[in-house]
Design a protein around this ligand. Structure first.
Ligand SMILES: Nc1nc2c(ncn2[C@@H]2O[C@H](COP(=O)(O)OP(=O)(O)OP(=O)(O)O)[C@@H](O)[C@H]2O)c(=O)[nH]1
Length: 456
């Protein structure tokens, strides 16, 4: 059985506590927040806000002005963190002073963010982004694995006001299937479940995955007297637990915490992947740069070494490219390189590595091409450049080719250093051939075939 409890209608508005003694400034922020659909609770004093929050007012976000009549902003933050519902809430400082030390001090002090009070049209986009981030949390999808329909209903009821979508399944096996089909932000699992797979089994299945799901946050539901199981869940990788009967506020706080952690992790992963891609991508041509060659090359070397398969390196360099820049300008030169990259792309197989090695020089690493095939391929590349103009200019390229035809040494494994050194040797050998092609008049390929491990 699969039940989906979606937020009733449109997503719940983000609820904001705005704590600011300056009536005029406060009205501006309040207006901007309300224009974005937020529900705003306004306070002029810190103490007043603390009382309301401790007394059961639910908010998703707190905005605090730096100057309050009854306490400093840092003092208010410290006390807010002691109110159970505010322990993990984002608390944002609003200040008219954008001095760096103040910002740093506030962030070090524990504020989630610092917003600089600016003209309304400048402040509006920041508030919008803040609310969007908060609303994202509210669209979190939770997979609840629970055999008691009453517990499932109670959980959905507690989490629905946060705008979270709770999907309920009865058995662990069903949960695994749903995780394959849909992205979720959190799994809540009862440790005791009927069926062949227990809560512990589900947790182990998630943690032993080889993809990003292995880190998916898991919250365990345990009975008060299930201490051993609780500890076992934590040992096996549960991020947190809640004991039954559930306390609504505690559940909301723990779930929000875990969802935020997961969102943050995803953001970091995304940024990491972006940086990793940028680090190996050449911005002008979109080809990989030489760092990818350093990364992938040794693997190809090892395979060739082990299996006695040929491995070919090519260095391709445009002829008289300096003249292009001198006579037609650097931008036209850039265009030439972009078109050349595209043309080369059309001539590589999926297993080949093509990189912009630097300037107007491109390197290729081609596995499993014998000497004759490598020579024919280089000739095709040379003709592909010469046959049609690049950015409207008739140009040629010279190509140095080094074919390594190792004697088969089955079982022989090259160390990482040996593989990297052999790759360097192969590229140097191809570069020497390129130099000879230039010396012999350009617009030609020069091929060298080596059997011994290439040395730089
Ligand atoms: N437009 C442009 N030019 C570049 C780029 N990178 C390197 N170059 C230019 O490429 C030219 C390379 O010149 P040289 O190394 O003298 O070689 P060449 O003129 O091609 O002569 P040969 O290689 O001997 O045929 C230099 O003018 C560099 O400024 C780039 O990203 N864009």
């Amino acid at each position: 059985m699969v039940e989906i409890t979606a937020p009733a209608s449109s997503p719940a508005p983000v609820r904001v506590a705005l704590i600011d003694a300056n009536v005029a400034a406060r009205a501006v922020v309040q207006g901007l927040l309300q224009a974005e659909g937020a529900e705003v609770h306004v306070f002029g004093h810190g103490e007043e806000a603390l009382q309301a929050l401790a007394g059961g007012l639910h908010v998703d976000l707190v905005l605090v002005s730096r100057h309050l009549p009854d306490m400093g902003a840092l003092e208010l933050l410290r006390r807010l963190r002691q109110v159970p519902c505010c322990a993990v809430l984002p608390v944002v400082l609003i200040t008219g002073d954008d001095a760096e030390p103040l910002r740093l001090g506030a962030l070090e002090g524990g504020f989630t963010e610092v917003l600089v009070r600016a003209a309304p049209d400048q402040l509006a986009p920041h508030l919008r982004a803040l609310l969007r981030r908060q609303a994202d949390l509210q669209r979190a999808r939770i997979l609840l694995v629970e055999d008691s329909p009453a517990m499932a209903a109670a959980t959905a009821e507690v989490l629905a006001p946060l705008g979270m979508e709770v999907e309920h399944v009865l058995q662990a096996q069903q949960a695994l299937e749903r995780l394959e089909q849909q992205p979720f932000d959190l799994v809540i699992v009862d440790v005791v479940l009927p069926g062949p797979l227990t809560g512990l089994g589900l947790l182990s299945a998630i943690r032993s995955r080889r993809d990003d799901l292995a880190e998916l946050p898991v919250l365990a539901y345990t009975g008060f007297d299930e201490r051993v199981r609780r500890v076992e869940m934590l040992r096996r990788g549960a991020n947190d637990y809640v004991t039954k009967p559930i306390d609504a506020e505690e559940l909301r706080a723990r779930v929000s915490n875990l969802v935020r952690y997961w969102r943050l992790l995803q953001q970091v992963r995304h940024q990491h992947a972006l940086l990793a891609r940028q680090a190996v991508t050449d911005a002008l041509t979109g080809l990989h740069n030489r760092y990818l060659l350093d990364e992938l090359g040794p693997r190809h070397v090892r395979r060739a070494w082990r299996g006695g398969e040929p491995l070919t390196a090519m260095m391709l360099d445009l002829d008289h490219f300096k003249d292009v820049n001198d006579q037609h300008g650097h931008d036209r030169g850039d265009q030439v390189l972009q078109e050349l990259a595209q043309r080369l792309r059309e001539h590589v197989r999926p297993e080949d590595v093509l990189v912009r090695y630097g300037g107007e020089e491109f390197a290729l690493l081609l596995p499993r091409l014998g000497a004759a095939a490598a020579q024919a391929h280089a000739e095709r590349l040379r003709q592909a450049v010469a046959r049609q103009p690049l950015a409207g200019l008739a140009l040629t390229a010279s190509i140095g080719v080094c074919v390594w035809q190792p004697a088969p040494t089955p079982g022989a494994a090259a160390s990482a250093e040996e593989a990297a050194a052999a790759l360097r040797g192969l590229l140097v050998c191809a570069d020497r051939c390129l130099y000879r092609a230039k010396g012999a008049g350009r617009d030609r390929c020069v091929v060298d075939v080596v059997q011994a491990v290439p040395r730089a």
